[in-house]
Write a protein of this length. Structure first.
Length: 549
């Protein structure tokens, strides 16, 4: 990175170090600002149908019906294409990747700004060989997307779901993850299909592009433009909320809890440090994000999953009872507001926030893959909800359910997403609840978990910064000025999130992320036949015998 860039970062963040000294009470000020905004947006996004004691958000109906439709329409790809997905990731069909044909190259009328940021003469937002059809490998694209999905949604989100919905929410999270595999497969295939490659080789992709271009092909150009713009706005909001503030908030909560401080100043300083580190990486573009992600993601998932497995092995005799509570709670909803429906809502809601299937955001990262067959990346992408929700979220849930078998807290007794601990008479929630569960089985593990949480949050922020940047450039152009403006704003939101309290952050994050589902899922239904054609083309190429199969 150039010295001038470091100087710019120092100039931008220096005032916040001084401001941190006066940060007491900052969380209340931030909440006072964000809470009415979050409530207003959430009121629209989560407009619900009354069902007894609870209401079923229409957005969840759209999510569930859409995922079920794609599962059936594509012949249950969540099962039939699973083995193929593993083979693609491990490089069995790498001979499929190649330069694009002429009709696949960028046809965008937009021209990039001449002032392109370069590192050693290379544009960091493209691969070294400029103009190649894609920027990162299938594995890098998967890990970059996983770094946005396998994150604090798996740690803090699962804790919130179980605290509110009880053990039964776990079963509905698993089902949401399985169904979500088909949604992720659909949207990531389209992400590659309709991506644009700029004159310098930079790849631009995501729902903004397949909604605009794909629906135009269907004779719905006006609707496509409206959906694309709305989606881009919500994606930017989602990058600031769920992909940024929530991550910073929960990482700061775990860190300040570890050092024994509940000071807002400590959270603010933590946010400043993380913001500087994120800035250093994201200015390097998708290549640097991909390289960092492919190292961090396996490490952090390895640390977290290993600890969860150790705890489950230590409590092996309790696992059947834990699953019993999960299955019983899923259908009875005992002690939970809204009963069965209340539990189902929490399971699907937190699963969607965690794996983002149907949200469309992951297609932005997958669009940058090196391939000329869109379906190949859609097939790779279906692994994400399985890894994220079916595996990691289930492990977290089992640890928490086993932890609570001796009555550490009451399911459903929640205030601001926090439960009352019987031993300390203090309310905790999110990442701190998961930390307490892990620490009870492995004393001192909270220190290791803090590192994992920070890595989870860091990698998630990296990928979501890329998602938001793509949406920002879609709306405001692809100049270097637009690039830097977004990245600076994104980093400032890290500081705001770290200094905020959890309630307003969760509400704002949920509202932004779920708002993206409406245009995305509607567009996916219209474009599903195109995905089916792309799958047929890819499978024919595999059967042709020209590949190293």
């Amino acid at each position: 990175m150039k010295k001038s860039t470091y100087l710019l970062l120092l100039t931008l963040f220096a005032p916040f170090f001084a401001f941190a000294q006066e940060a007491q009470g900052l969380d209340q000020k931030i909440n006072a600002f964000f809470e009415p905004i979050a409530n207003a947006i959430a009121g629209v996004v989560f407009y619900s149908i009354p069902l007894g004691e609870v209401s079923l958000p229409i957005v969840l109906i759209v999510l569930i019906l859409g995922a079920t439709y794609f599962t059936v329409y594509f012949g249950f790809p969540n099962f039939t294409k699973f083995g193929l997905a593993v083979n693609v990731v491990r490089g069995k069909y790498d001979s499929l990747a190649g330069d694009p044909s002429e009709d696949e190259k960028d046809t965008s009328s937009e021209v990039l700004d001449d002032n392109i940021i370069t590192v050693d003469g290379d544009n960091p937002d493209t691969i070294r060989v400029e103009g190649h059809h894609g920027e990162v490998t299938a594995f890098q694209a998967l890990t970059a997307a996983l770094s946005a999905t396998v994150g604090l949604g798996n740690i803090a989100g699962v804790a919130i779901a179980i605290a509110i919905g009880g053990p039964g929410a776990t079963l509905w999270m698993i089902l949401a993850g399985i169904l979500g595999m088909a949604s992720k497969f659909t949207e990531c295939t389209l992400g590659v299909k309709y991506r644009e490659i700029g004159p310098d080789g930079t790849v631009y992709g995501g729902p903004m592009y397949y909604l605009k271009k794909g629906l135009a092909e269907k004779g719905l150009a006006g609707l496509g433009k409206v959906f694309a713009v709305f989606y881009a706005i919500m994606l930017i909001g989602g990058s600031f909320g769920g992909g940024n503030m929530f991550q910073a908030n929960q990482a700061a909560a775990q860190f300040t809890s570890l050092i024994g401080s509940d000071s807002t100043m400590a959270g603010t300083i933590f946010g400043i440090v993380v913001a500087v580190l994120v800035a250093i990486v994201i200015i390097g573009g998708i290549k640097r994000i991909g390289k960092v992600a492919e190292r961090i993601v396996p490490l952090m998932v390895g640390i977290y999953v290993t600890a969860a497995l150790v705890i489950l092995i230590m409590n092996f005799s309790l696992i059947p009872a834990a699953f019993g509570e999960i299955f019983n709670g899923a259908f009875t909803g005992a002690g939970i507001t809204g009963g069965f429906v209340g539990v189902l809502i929490q399971g699907f809601k937190r699963a969607a926030f965690s794996n983002e299937a149907g949200v469309g955001s992951a297609s932005v990262a997958h669009s940058a893959v090196k391939t000329k067959y869109p379906a190949s990346e859609g097939i790779v992408a279906l692994l994400e909800p399985f890894i994220d929700t079916v595996l990691v979220c289930t492990m977290t849930a089992l640890v928490i359910v086993i932890f609570n078998m001796n009555g550490q807290f009451a399911y459903g007794d929640v205030v601001n997403d926090e439960v009352l601990m019987t031993a300390t008479n203090a309310r905790i929630g999110g990442v701190n609840l998961t930390s307490a569960a892990f620490n009870s089985a492995i004393p001192g593990f909270s220190y290791v978990l803090t590192i994992a949480v920070i890595l989870f949050a860091f990698s998630t922020m990296l990928s979501w910064s890329y998602y938001g940047l793509q949406a920002w450039k879609f709306l405001f152009g692809r100049s270097s000025a637009a690039d830097i403006t977004y990245k600076v704003i994104f980093c400032l939101f890290i500081i705001i999130g770290a200094a905020s309290s959890m309630g307003a952050v969760v509400l704002f994050s949920d509202a932004m992320v779920f708002a993206m589902i409406f245009p995305n899922m509607i567009g996916l239904v219209f474009l599903a036949p195109i995905v089916k054609k792309e799958v047929a083309k890819y499978m024919a190429a595999i059967r042709s015998g020209k590949l190293d199969a």
